[in-house]
Design a protein around this ligand. Structure first.
Ligand SMILES: Cc1cc2nc3c(=O)[nH]c(=O)nc-3n(C[C@H](O)[C@H](O)[C@H](O)COP(=O)(O)OP(=O)(O)OC[C@H]3O[C@@H](n4cnc5c(N)ncnc54)[C@H](O)[C@@H]3O)c2cc1C
Ligand code: FES
Length: 270
């Protein structure tokens, strides 16, 4: 296969500065970063983040402000641990934004059901906040892991429905208990035109299968994939699935497109 060339990219990290760090949940922080960004960030896009040593990692943009982007990051390994040792005022490198965003024009056309697990709320936050007719079905390990809790009341005041669940109830939790799919039924699915799914891969698999079983067509279900990446701009092939590069052809795909990629990778599509 020939290597795809994408010439409209900035391939050198731009200098940036951490302007605030917010504790969101155990081992999850939001880093607000200021840099001279020329391109607008669209909902669902990501940046390549370079903490000054080790290597770059892809991180979704949770929200943007004037010359600022906010990145909600879980500490899972070497680079994210290095980031967690950084402080406000420290310098960092940023490339991007990159990737195919959520199909906002399509989603604005109907009612959208967001089915989200844990950290999956970060890549959908901008899309959810920009849509008027949206329902959030959101699950986390426990209530301490529910992100952006200070926004839920505002979302409800704006007319959005917010349904929360936790896998394990703690003493202060009097809401629903169970995995996120236990909040899905035919009624909720049939009252929406599209679904957006984000979270751990196993959660996305079960949630999208259930949405389909409850009547949502596979080309109306959108997911964001988190494959391993190196260049982020379609050059290295690191993120390839089937005939697509997740960094430029995704990370957002419809369930129908993902099925085709999996079949391609398994040699079932010629
Ligand atoms: C488009 C995109 C958007 C992302 N957005 C976010 C985000 O908003 N917030 C966030 O915290 N993380 C996000 N990630 C995942 C993030 O890039 C990885 O967690 C990070 O690269 C891990 O780096 P590390 O050096 O700390 O961990 P490593 O030492 O590289 O790995 C630690 C463990 O995590 C696993 N791992 C590493 N990267 C990935 C990955 N991409 N997918 C699945 N498992 C992985 C490794 O296999 C290993 O088990 C995103 C990834 C992609 C591709
Ligand atoms: S081609 Fe390099 S990360 Fe996608």
């Amino acid at each position: 296969m020939s290597m795809k060339l994408h010439l409209n990219f900035v391939n050198v990290p731009l200098p940036a500065r951490i302007v605030s760090i917010v504790d969101e949940a155990p081992d999850i922080k939001t880093f607000v970063i200021r840099y001279d960004r020329s391109a607008q960030v669209l909902p669902g896009q990501f940046v390549m983040l370079f903490p000054g040593r080790l290597w770059e990692i892809p991180i979704s943009v949770a929200w943007t402000g004037d010359e600022e982007i906010a990145l909600t990051i879980a500490r899972v390994g070497k680079v994210t641990s290095a980031l967690f040792q950084m402080n406000v005022g420290d310098k960092i490198g940023v490339r991007g934004p990159y990737g195919r965003p959520w199909p906002m024009d399509l989603l604005r056309d109907g009612r959208v059901l967001f089915v989200i697990g844990g950290l999956g709320l970060a890549p959908v936050l901008m899309a959810f906040e920009q849509l008027n007719k949206a329902t959030l079905v959101y699950g986390a390990r426990s209530s301490r892991f529910l992100l952006y809790r200070d926004r839920y009341d505002r979302w409800k005041r704006e007319g959005k429905e917010v349904l929360l669940t936790v896998d394990r109830a703690s003493e202060e939790w009097d809401g629903h208990v169970g995995v996120v799919t236990t909040l899905l039924d035919e009624e909720i699915v049939s009252s929406h035109d599209y679904a957006v799914v984000a979270g751990p891969p196993i959660m996305m698999k079960f949630a999208s299968e259930m949405l389909e079983k409850l009547g949502m067509e596979s080309d109306r279900i959108f997911l964001t994939l988190e494959n391993h990446m190196k260049c982020g701009v379609g050059l290295c092939g690191h993120c390839r699935v089937g005939d697509k590069y997740v960094c430029v052809d995704g990370p957002v795909f419809s369930l129908k497109e993902i099925r085709r990629l999996e079949e391609w990778a398994a040699g079932e599509v010629i």
